[in-house]
Design a protein around this ligand. Structure first.
Ligand SMILES: [Zn+2]
Length: 756
């Protein structure tokens, strides 16, 4: 019956009366006056491939009729374009400004002998922050002793082998699949105390404290915001809370976060800080499993939606939150939920109560744009415990989502945090993602742009709690700035060379950091300085797309690993200089964008000819890479971290002329061409060693539509053969030890999704 029912459901959906979105305008509620001749993109009907991340999405075959031939039409087959190196995109003398960002090449380290004393206290202080996830690849301690003496002298060609052998040794000894041992609490993922094995480390419950939980969840940042709480009082409230509920979170400090958040500039000048970002979060006690899809959920949701039309008496249809209407709309006495999103990375635009426990939600478009709604992050309060609330986000744009294949939104409960469990957890049941009956207002009668609904049901753990819901674990710009400062303080300056500087300022006036990590030279002797200065460069960037918060979490782990005591990290530091731009689009992240900069542009389509006053971070990132080339120090690896909404696991996109021509059918040119195949090495190593990595999702094709991405431009203009986009899933892994297998339990009788 399943195929018949599915056709029937589609017909039912087609029968809904087409209507415009319940918004005054599809353009963002936030506008920013940008430099340059700027015309906001027209609200055109986009084709499905316009929604792809980096070219790289596997569109669900059922939804997409695009055949293989068309896909290959996008391949670049002009051998000239593939193999010629275009000239410099700016006057050569301009590159000299980047010399100051490579101080390591000129610094003399004269103070090296005298400045630092004993290492011992650094080892101690490191331990409080550095406790790494025991990955399958963490080598055992004894490797350190064995190899330690020879490291400084090793030649580059032997580095790779020893690194590999160390990682391999560690891997075989520590392989342990993650099992979901807390399965019985997975129904709402909260209430760990029911297990009796995780006693909260505080004595008081939030209620006993007598705090107004809503007030402390959003401390005010500046005096300009009127009424009751002054910033000072808010600061005192936080201090008291921290005193009552101490929770050491590695690489986090709430007071420093508040300080950083005050300096962060947003388009509408946010006055509030979201509690989870301020307070910090710990990994949940167990791996988060993917949701198994229940048979018939779609059907139930459709019937509920149809009932809106045939039983209108049930329908409340009351706007209770809106960025477009005078604030506040909601009367606090009513029993409905309260919503809020005016904080960093927050972007809920409107909330409409549909039925007693059901809400339609609309996400804000990217600033100076009328599209790209996918990322969401908002606060919700005033709930009752153990009631299933249905949320429908009705203006999503992507034609398909991992929400149909096991992905769940993330939730943070302030009450749980105050009980000693500050965690973002995957939550929500009855999750579906489907095309709805809304069309763009301008084209409501024609074949305008379609919207998609993400629907999910949340059962909150506590009465009158304050919770935050997000598309994915949030990671704000202020969090990055906090993290970098703590990281810098945590390192042992005798061993680790760590420098943080400003690459440039963004259009919104925020500094974009550039980080340098390598090992300190052994001494200031000429030989050691020579070795230090001749280490090859690796350049890593992330978060050009603000909605891809997973890229920031991968970057956070990368930074923590690179400065750590792990023997592999030491070896890497001793042999490379890492230049890292952890957030290429701070403004987008701050203002809750999904894809764009403040000019409403996708910055990963601006690498061909960026301009200093329009796309400053891209202009200077590219300028810096040009500088490295100009002094003969092109990076051995360039990698740009992204998040992927359609696939599981992690994988790389690289560039190969031969593979592109071959795939496009130009076999003659492909067979006569010589190509350095080093671009294959790194993915092959990762495939062997990294449990989350999957070779089968990698691609090395150069597409015309990606000609202006970081990966293609750095490969073609700087001649970096190992130039990659690294994608990590928003959802999770369906292979290896990170795959979380559901055991049979309350969910028996449900079938797994068809991806297996
Ligand atoms: Zn991306």
């Amino acid at each position: 019956m399943e195929p018949v029912i599915s056709v029937m459901l589609q017909i039912l959906r087609q029968c809904y009366p087409v209507s415009p979105l319940p918004l005054v305008t599809p353009s963002s509620a936030y506008a920013f006056s940008v430099p340059g001749s700027f015309t906001p993109e027209p609200p055109c009907a986009l084709s499905e491939e316009d929604f792809e991340d980096d070219g790289d999405e596997e569109v669900d075959k059922d939804l997409d009729s695009e055949d293989v031939k068309e896909e290959y039409d996008d391949l670049e087959t002009d051998v000239d374009k593939l193999s010629s190196k275009p000239g410099l995109d700016r006057p050569e003398e301009e590159l000299m400004q980047y010399e100051a960002m490579c101080l390591e090449l000129s610094y003399s380290f004269e103070e090296l002998e005298s400045k630092f004393g004993d290492d011992a206290n650094f080892e101690d202080s490191q331990d409080t922050n550095h406790h790494h996830i025991p990955t399958a690849a963490s080598p055992k301690q004894h490797c350190l002793k064995k190899d330690q003496t020879s490291w400084g002298q090793e030649k580059e060609d032997t580095v790779q082998t020893s690194l590999l052998s160390m990682v391999k040794m560690g891997r075989s000894s520590k392989k342990r699949p993650i099992k979901n041992i807390y399965h019985d609490v997975q129904s709402n993922c909260l209430g760990i105390d029911s297990l009796g094995n995780d006693v909260p480390d505080i004595q008081t419950s939030p209620k006993e404290d007598g705090w107004d939980i809503e007030a402390i969840s959003c401390p005010r940042m500046s005096a300009s915001f009127s009424n009751s709480t002054s910033p000072r009082e808010a600061g005192e409230a936080i201090d008291k809370l921290l005193h009552l509920h101490p929770k050491h979170i590695p690489f986090h400090d709430p007071c420093l976060y508040m300080d950083k958040a005050r300096r962060t500039r947003s388009v509408v000048d946010f006055k509030m800080v979201a509690f989870p970002d301020l307070w910090g979060h710990c990994p949940p006690p167990s791996a988060q499993s993917m949701l198994e899809r229940k048979c018939g959920v779609q059907r139930i949701k459709i019937f509920e939606d149809v009932r809106r039309f045939i039983q209108p008496n049930d329908i409340i249809n009351k706007v209770i939150f809106s960025l477009d209407e005078p604030w506040p709309l909601q009367d606090t006495a009513s029993s409905c939920l309260r919503f809020f999103s005016k904080f960093e990375s927050g972007n809920l635009r409107k909330a409409i109560q549909v039925r007693e426990f059901e809400y339609d939600l609309l996400i804000n478009a990217d600033v100076n744009s009328c599209q790209h709604q996918q990322w969401f992050y908002f606060k919700v309060s005033g709930m009752r415990a153990n009631i299933p609330y249905r949320f429908n986000i009705i203006n999503c744009e992507k034609p398909n989502s991992q929400f149909n294949y096991g992905m769940q939104p993330t939730l943070y409960s302030v009450k749980e945090a105050l009980l000693g469990r500050p965690s973002w957890i995957r939550t929500g049941n009855e999750i579906c993602y489907y095309k709805n009956h809304y069309r763009q207002r301008a084209a409501a009668t024609g074949s305008g742009k379609c919207y998609y609904t993400l629907t999910f049901v949340v059962t909150f753990p506590h009465d009158e709690d304050v919770c935050y819901l997000a598309y994915h674990y949030p990671y704000t710009y202020s969090a990055l700035m906090t993290h970098l400062d703590i990281l810098e303080k945590s390192i042992n300056p005798r061993q680790v060379y760590f420098r943080q500087e400003v690459l440039c300022h963004t259009l919104g006036g925020n500094p974009c950091p550039l980080v340098t990590i390598t090992a300190m030279p052994e001494s200031s002797s000429t030989d050691h300085l020579e070795q230090f200065r001749h280490r090859p460069y690796q350049v890593i960037t992330a978060r050009v797309h603000p909605g891809e918060s997973n890229a920031s979490w991968v970057m956070k782990g990368t930074l923590e690993f690179l400065v750590s005591n792990d023997p592999v990290a030491r070896l890497l530091r001793e042999n490379f200089i890492f230049k890292i731009i952890p957030m290429l689009n701070p403004d987008g992240v701050i203002n809750g964008n999904h894809r764009c900069s403040l000019r409403g542009e996708d910055l990963n389509r601006q690498w061909l000819s960026p301009q200093a006053h329009l796309q400053p971070t891209i202009y200077h990132a590219k300028g810096f890479l040009h500088y490295l080339c100009s002094i003969g120090r092109s990076p051995v690896v360039f990698c740009d971290f992204h998040g992927h909404s359609q696939k599981k696991n992690m994988f790389l996109y690289g560039c190969s002329v031969k593979e592109t021509l071959w795939q496009a059918g130009c076999t003659v040119s492909a067979s006569t061409l010589l190509e350095d195949v080093s671009y294959r090495t790194l993915p092959k190593i990762l495939d062997k060693l990294a449990p989350a990595f999957t070779m089968s999702s990698c691609s090395f094709l150069v597409e015309k539509s990606r000609a202006s991405t970081a990966r293609v431009v750095v490969w073609r203009e700087m001649g970096v053969s190992r130039s990659y986009t690294m994608e990590s899933s928003y959802c999770g892994c369906n292979q290896g030890p990170y795959q979380v297998c559901e055991t049979a339990g309350p969910s028996a009788g449900i079938h797994r999704n068809g991806e297996q």
